[in-house]
Design a protein around this ligand. Structure first.
Ligand code: PEP
Length: 247
């Protein structure tokens, strides 16, 4: 059985003064949800603070990006080994905002994925099509291309531990969600390319009101949550929806 995972992506939100209240609320609520792993992916400057607050709890720490390089003259970059130093378990790679706003290509994303694995952490590979690609009938071709670049570099076996997050770009931060059936269809397609045990998360405007129907799908193993991860009650309600999923 694949353990469900609900991971919050804080994006560029948070503050030193405000983070403890959110993290304490998540810690308290997450402890009550058996069978679901919970993670929060915080901005780099808050890793030390979050690591301290999460110490001794089951809530995992994650980061939102890592360099594909091990070290060197890469001003402004953060290596995977540095993230491991802070106790990160998960690192997002290839989030659509990185691909779209910072021009990260499939080859670079594959390099980041390999670097995260080499540093002993679990990459969460984000894939997803734009609205234009969906409308042109290119959803499967797009996610296959994004995934295949990683498979070519790290191999299928890497997905014994690595996580995939299907995030249709048109659903991220837009309030528009893929229907449960649309999500399941893409997850089933991705599943054929990875492993039976690979966790495949859905992301894109997941809210307390739509989480249960999405998580009820056979190949949806949890969620990557953006906006709703910043509101403790919403994030915990999504976690509870994952815990209610029947096998
Ligand atoms: C995300 O940032 O990965 C995401 C899914 O955002 P939102 O839930 O806000 O759409």
């Amino acid at each position: 059985m694949r353990e469900r995972l609900v991971a919050g992506n804080w994006k560029m939100h948070g503050s030193l003064a405000g983070n403890p209240a959110l993290i304490e609320a998540i810690k308290a609520g997450a402890a009550r949800q058996a069978g679901v792993e919970c993670a929060i992916c915080v901005p780099f400057p808050y890793l030390a603070q979050a690591a301290g607050l999460l110490q001794g709890t089951e809530v995992a720490l994650g980061a939102q990006n890592a360099s594909e390089h091990a070290q060197g003259a890469f001003t402004g970059e953060v290596s995977a080994a540095m993230l491991a130093d802070f106790g990160c378990r998960y690192v997002l790679v290839g989030h659509s905002e990185r691909r779209q706003l910072y021009g990260e290509g499939d080859g670079q994303v594959a390099g980041k994925f390999a670097a995260v694995l080499a540093a002993g952490m679990t990459p969460v590979l984000c894939v997803g099509e734009t609205l234009e690609e969906r409308d042109a009938g290119r959803t499967e071709a797009t996610v296959a291309r994004q995934l295949d670049a990683v498979l070519a570099k790290s191999g299928r076996g890497a997905f014994a531990t690595a996580v995939v997050a299907y995030e249709p770009v048109w659903a991220i931060g837009t309030g528009r969600t893929a229907s449960p059936g649309e999500a399941q269809a893409v997850h089933a397609f991705l599943r054929q390319r990875v492993l039976a045990e690979t966790r495949i998360l859905y992301g894109g405007s997941v809210k307390p009101g739509n989480a249960e129907a999405l998580f009820a799908q056979r190949d949806v193993d949890g969620g990557l949550i953006g906006g709703a991860a910043l509101v403790a009650a919403d994030f915990l309600a999504i976690l509870a929806a994952a815990a209610r999923r029947k096998e």
